[in-house]
Design a binder for this molecule. Structure first.
Ligand SMILES: NC(=O)c1ccc[n+]([C@@H]2O[C@H](COP(=O)([O-])OP(=O)(O)OC[C@H]3O[C@@H](n4cnc5c(N)ncnc54)[C@H](OP(=O)(O)O)[C@@H]3O)[C@@H](O)[C@H]2O)c1
Length: 338
């Protein structure tokens, strides 16, 4: 079978290459999945270029955490799945080289990822995909979708109908959060560097859009749009560079789901007073667990929510898919079809 690999201590996308390997065989409790689609997350770009928390790739590694496909074989003792089932792997998995009950680690680094024609996972780390979804659509769920679900409903105060959500940017996590929050009856405000993307976000259910390039003090715009009250939940994918604005955007008792680092991992100063005065809460989010993934699958199926796929690349074009992610000239998810 063919697989993409990054070398140990990968520093550049130029180091991504295709190799031929024997197809892995499932051991007891494991399933082999014929991967049909994979999607990229911002994290994958950081990993390939050696910028992921300054944690270099620990060894030659199959990249990408998010994929979907068909069960091709099951190992001894597997009862949850059978050959032919349509599935996706969870973002975090038990280390296949350790005990099944061991701590879960992220796929795509330090565990091998999904950009391979066949992968083997423990059956406990696998979820049935929404029946109406294509493999390309299902590949958008494991990291970005589950993270958005966790931020809105899993960690801290769960979102309620009638509340207001602020989603920063129009990348994978934020577009999922926009769609899920709108479906839950929330009012969604989206920020973006692009007016065209804001128009598309409105078509997906956002009530308002703010261009953070032309309106650098976007927290003031948030306050105007909420008549001085602020939002109940911020999907904070910017990190250090946006956190002060997010603190100033929340309502009394509002929640900030701290997810990403698109605007920097460290800042000279973050204005913490605004969070304190508003008695707000700040929650670190780390994707989510299998029950959250399963709840998300039910929610998207029940509410007919489909992921926003910007572009699908062929397996041979994986490098171009990474380059498209790096360009920032996309909205939602970038997918590779296998
Ligand atoms: N903690 C977790 O569990 C978890 C899970 C998933 C992702 N993450 C992190 O969350 C972040 C988002 O991930 P992703 O995969 O959704 O990224 P992505 O798809 O690559 O998102 C890119 C988009 O983010 C927006 N953006 C960039 N800089 C921004 C800024 N300064 N302010 C507001 N928006 C900005 C841009 O939107 P516009 O083009 O509209 O301006 C850009 O197109 C990343 O840092 C990622 O590592 C963390």
């Amino acid at each position: 079978m063919r697989a993409y690999v990054l070398p140990k201590d990968s520093r550049s996308l130029d180091q991504l290459r295709i190799v031929e390997r024997p197809a892995p065989v499932p051991g007891p409790g494991q399933v082999a999945i014929r991967v049909r689609a994979a999607s990229l997350n911002y994290r994958d770009l950081l990993i390939a270029t050696g910028r992921y928390f300054n944690w270099p790739t620990p060894r030659e590694l199959v990249p990408l955490s998010d994929g979907a496909g068909e069960v091709a074989a099951v190992g001894e003792g597997v009862t949850r799945f059978k050959v032919g089932d349509r599935v996706a792997g969870c973002f975090a998995q038990a280390d296949p080289r350790g005990p099944a009950s061991g701590p879960e680690l992220p796929t795509g680094s330090p565990l091998d990822g999904v950009l391979a024609e066949t992968i083997v996972l423990h059956a406990d780390g696998v979820v049935a995909i929404p029946p109406s979804y294509s493999f390309e659509e299902a590949a958008c769920l494991p990291c970005a979708g589950v993270t958005a679900w966790n931020a809105l409903f899993g960690t801290g105060k769960p979102l309620r109908a009638g509340e207001t959500v602020l989603a920063l940017g129009t990348g994978g996590v934020s577009v999922w959060a926009t769609q899920l929050a709108a479906a839950a009856g929330a009012r969604v405000i989206v920020t973006s560097s692009s007016d065209a993307k804001l128009a598309r976000a409105r078509a997906l259910g956002a009530a308002e859009g703010i261009n953070y390039r032309t309106t650098p003090d976007w927290d003031e715009a948030v306050m105007r749009l909420t008549e001085g009250r602020g939002v109940d939940c911020v999907i904070e994918v910017g990190g250090a560079g946006t956190l002060s604005h997010s603190f100033r955007s929340i309502s009394p008792g509002g929640k900030i789901a701290l997810i990403g680092v698109l605007a920097g991992q460290a800042a000279e100063a973050v204005e913490v007073q605004a969070l304190r005065f508003r008695r707000g809460s700040l929650h670190g989010i780390l994707v989510g667990d299998r029950p959250m993934f399963e709840a998300l699958v039910r929610a998207v199926e029940e509410n007919a929510i489909r992921p926003v796929i910007d572009r699908v690349f062929d397996f041979e074009q994986a490098r171009a898919a990474y380059d498209h992610l790096a360009s920032g000239d996309f909205m939602g998810k970038i997918v590779i079809s296998l």
